[in-house]
Design a protein around this ligand. Structure first.
Ligand code: GRF
Length: 209
């Protein structure tokens, strides 16, 4: 069976869209089956609807307890037979019960070279502000396995971009976003081809056949 992907996104959804475009040609191997957002106004949901993909708003606020919310997320994932979860700009923490159930099957894209510039408060433009303020000469994008801590799980792949002397955070963000749009589909293809193995918590990428 091919990959059935749930994308979780809170914002505009450009990574979701680039992943969708990249996978379109080989839907047998991997396809996005549902887009889930905590934010009913998310661009990602609008894009999903325009592509006739299931677009589901699931927020803690709709439920009287956290446990019920988590149960609803799990049921949604099961109903679509999801076997890979891609966090693409998802601003909420994934509950430990979901991580436990989909261990090593949840990935996140982060707009910096982790482990630097990650963790609490390091999202959106703040990341690029911090990179520039640090004087770093390079930044980039990271795709990593999601574990119980923010931006902490094992790194799968990174793509580096230069930081130019006159960069503003916005200019750097744009350069990094372009790298993200290449990197995320690359990693998902590796999953689709069973080229990623996690052995004793370490990520191993099998070489091309
Ligand atoms: C990306 O920069 C991603 O790395 C971060 O959130 C942003 C989402 O952008 N986690 P988009 O919604 O995919 O356009």
């Amino acid at each position: 069976m091919g990959l059935k992907i749930a994308v979780f996104a809170s914002g505009r959804g450009s990574n979701f869209q680039s992943l969708y475009n990249a996978l379109r040609e080989d839907a047998e191997k991997a396809r996005i089956v549902v887009v889930i957002s905590n934010n009913s106004d998310a661009g990602a949901l609008a894009v999903a609807r325009s592509l006739h993909l299931p677009a589901i708003h699931l927020s803690q606020k709709q439920y009287s307890s956290h446990a019920e919310f988590v149960e609803a997320v799990l049921q949604t994932l099961e109903s679509f037979q999801v076997n890979l979860i891609v966090l693409a700009g998802y601003m909420k923490k994934i509950d430990a019960a979901i991580i436990g159930k989909y261990r090593n099957r949840i990935i996140n894209i982060h707009p910096a070279l982790l482990p630097a510039f990650g963790g609490q408060g390091m999202y959106g433009i703040h990341v690029h502000e911090a990179v520039i303020a640090s004087g770093a000469r390079a930044s980039g994008a990271t795709v990593h396995i999601v574990d119980e801590e923010f931006d902490h799980g094992k790194i799968i792949l990174q793509e580096t971009v230069p930081v130019e002397p006159n960069d503003t955070p916005e200019i750097l963000a744009e350069r990094v976003l372009k790298a993200e749009h290449k990197l995320l589909p690359r990693v998902v293809r590796l999953f689709a081809e069973n080229k990623i193995e996690i052995i004793n918590g370490e990520v191993h990428i099998r070489k091309p056949d």
